[in-house]
Design a protein. Sequence first.
Length: 135
Amino acid sequence: MPLTLEIVTPEARVYSDTVESVVIPTVEGEIGILPGHIPLLTQVNEGELRVAKDGRTVLLAVAGGFVQVEGDRVSVLAEYAVREEAIDEVTVEKAIQRAKEALQQAPTLEAAEVERLEGIVRFSVAQLALKKRKH
């Protein structure tokens, strides 16, 4: 019996399909989910999410949010998620640079803005790590 996986961000549904398994980066470490997994609710960490389907692996970079496993349904509600083939290294490197420059103003920024910028840097680094791993 396959898993039904759905990955959603505030902007879009990034992935929706039946899959054999999924490995998700969480705040407790990577977790692998197979059909029949116990119910689970945990936080998603930034990193590489791996989906196994038909003998192939689909890679996504994710950050923030939650994952819920209920029955054979896996729902990932992420702040950010992007498929490996959609990652543009130049754009990501520019985003890192802009965020780092903005963080240099940290003493004048609100705590929420600092946290948002740090999250952008972490997600961008996760994207670059995923993209460079494939080369």
